[in-house]
Design a protein around this ligand. Structure first.
Ligand SMILES: [Zn+2]
Length: 564
């Protein structure tokens, strides 16, 4: 049995804020030796943005170890992303006796922030409304004229609404009456419809049905200070970078924790493992950093089967604008650390919808019809017909007789239906457990003591990074020139030769050792050191205890003791 099969909670519904809070508070109360519950910020509706910090405190403080940061629900409706983090924590706390979890908590710190936007998610879960990041009205300050998506029939879901019209551009398909097909220009006989979101029209003139602008248009994932552009150039941008308490909260947390070596941002949907940059070509980033993304991403692919793709080059449709102000780009280019974005829930491939990267900017009417038909067929076959409503007559207060029907977007497309939820969470948790192990890991390889004379010793400390990632983590981080070199200190004797604080630069990880497997077999090529030696001559009596410590922004601190 895998570790991730052994969990405590059930995963049959999308979780609300109270459930998240209850879980995190329970872990904190039951395991004070492993946890600290931190409030990263508070939302306008008064909800705390909670971070559970997890490490084995008997082997060092939270900030003294390399850390793995994970978050979800920067997009309010992408509840599955948040639940992956809960599933990861559940796996950790349900398997505390396992050697793997023990090692992980001995060597590393986990910072888990399941829900960046609790106000937005709560609105998404408790109303039929769609919410991108938050339920605060934006970019306008009030409801705008036009069709406002509204749950008219009271089933809790905003679906589609079809209205008979002589200028209808849709007709019912012969293959499945729930799916609409485009009307040909020469089709004059038949029943035609126009199809809108289920909703009410504000300031209806009795003729035209136009969509109102999106009410909750804020996109927190466009609000970070990296390549930020205003609303007319980047939809959802916000009034200025970090103008929201939520985006401020995770930013301040990341800035305050330089020991964070890797970021994982959990989203839905599509089934992709995305890596930065999102606003410029991948080849404009450092090749060593991109190589790290590809190698670590390959493990994510092994667990979920999802493709590993670059946001700018492959995820965005060809010819479309870049994404500006993204959280993951902020991590990469402002903090200098890697940030994966995982889009959970791969309905398209499951339903047999062809997927290609980069996607085409435009798809044909035929391809769109096939797409819609395949979803409906998948729901019938794989989801026991749950999550779709056939066209059903409804007396609309403004339009008269209409028909409402279609898919429950929130619980079929944007998030997996309940019966697929747990498998989705489990596979990403397997990757998370693997990704932690890629962080830098400092060991004192050996400490040699040579007695030069009575009370005079030569001390040689060898420090090695046995982790995959280098101690600076990302070349982009070095370029920022904000990271101090690693510092090795010695205490306990009188230093005659050598420095009390010796700066040793950085240590490569084994990601920095190139390899090639030719017909003649494997070869390794070292490019920069993974190990360095610090030498002192100290005056001290036999039996004196020396404490040697190494410290660095990303690695925290580690100490070794030796007795002369
Ligand atoms: Zn998202």
């Amino acid at each position: 049995m895998k570790l991730t099969d052994h969990v405590t909670y059930t995963y049959d519904h999308l979780v609300n804020y109270a459930e998240i809070k209850e879980r995190l508070e329970r872990y904190a109360a039951e395991h004070p030796e492993l946890t600290r519950l931190t409030v990263a910020g508070t939302t306008p509706e008064g909800r705390d943005i909670l971070v559970l910090e997890v490490t084995d405190l008997s082997s060092g403080a939270f900030e003294d170890k390399p850390a793995y940061y994970m978050e979800g629900n920067i997009h309010a409706g992408e509840i599955t992303g948040c639940m992956c983090i809960l599933y990861f924590l559940d796996t950790v706390f349900s398997n505390l006796d396992s050697p793997e979890i023990k090692r992980m908590l001995r060597d590393y710190t986990i910072y888990a922030l399941p829900r960046v936007s609790p106000d937005g998610s709560e609105h998404y879960l408790t109303t039929p409304d769609m919410v991108r990041s938050t339920n605060r009205i934006y970019p306008y300050q009030e409801d705008m004229p036009g069709l406002v998506p509204t749950d008219l029939d009271g089933d809790g879901v905003i679906r589609k609404m079809r209205v008979k019209s002589p200028v209808g551009i849709w007709k019912e398909s012969k293959e499945d009456p729930r799916v609409m097909v485009k009307r040909k220009p020469d089709e004059t006989e038949g029943t035609f419809y126009n199809v809108y979101s289920e909703g009410l029209i504000k300031d209806y003139d009795g003729m035209r049905i136009v969509s109102a602008p999106q009410k909750f248009g804020n996109d927190f994932n466009r609000n970070y200070p990296v390549g930020w552009k205003p609303e007319h150039e980047q939809h959802g941008a916000g009034s200025y970078p970090l103008n929201h308490p939520e985006t401020r909260a995770n930013t301040d947390f990341l800035i305050a924790h330089p020991n964070i070596c890797s970021v994982l941002d959990m989203h839905t949907m599509g089934g992709q493992i995305l890596y930065t940059p999102g606003f410029k070509l991948a080849k404009e980033a450092d090749p060593a950093d991109i190589a790290i993304y590809k190698t670590v991403g390959a493990m994510a692919h092994e667990e979920s089967g999802y493709p590993v793709i670059n946001v700018f080059d492959e995820y965005m449709p060809k010819g479309m604008a870049a994404t500006y102000g993204g959280f993951d780009d902020f991590c990469h280019f402002i903090l200098g650390i890697p940030a994966f974005t995982i889009e959970c829930w791969d309905l398209d491939p499951r339903a047999g919808v062809p997927v290609k990267f980069p996607p085409d900017a435009e798809t044909s009417d035929e391809a769109q019809f096939e797409h819609a038909l395949k979803y409906v067929q998948w729901i019938d076959k794989e989801n026991d017909g749950e999550g779709i409503m056939p066209w059903t007559k409804f007396n609309h207060p403004q339009l008269g007789e209409v028909e409402i029907g279609g898919i429950d977007y929130k619980r079929v497309v944007q998030n997996p239906p309940p019966k697929f939820l747990r498998q989705e969470l489990e596979k990403h948790t397997r990757f998370m457990l693997r990704q932690v192990k890629t962080l830098p890991h400092i060991v004192f390889d050996k400490i040699e003591k040579t007695q030069l004379a009575d009370g005079l010793w030569k001390i040689e400390a060898y420090v090695m990074n046995t982790g995959f990632l280098p101690t600076y983590v990302f070349k982009e981080g070095l370029k920022l020139k904000t990271m101090r070199p690693l510092k090795v200190t010695l205490e306990g004797g009188e230093i005659m030769i050598g420095k009390k604080e010796e700066e040793i630069g950085q240590l490569e990880g084994f990601s920095g050792i190139r390899g090639y497997n030719s017909g003649l077999g494997a070869s390794s090529y070292e490019t920069a050191p993974v190990e360095k030696k610090v030498t002192w001559v100290v005056k001290a009596d036999k039996g004196t205890e020396l404490r040697i410590q190494i410290e660095g922004a990303r690695i925290g601190r580690k100490e070794a003791k030796t007795v002369l």
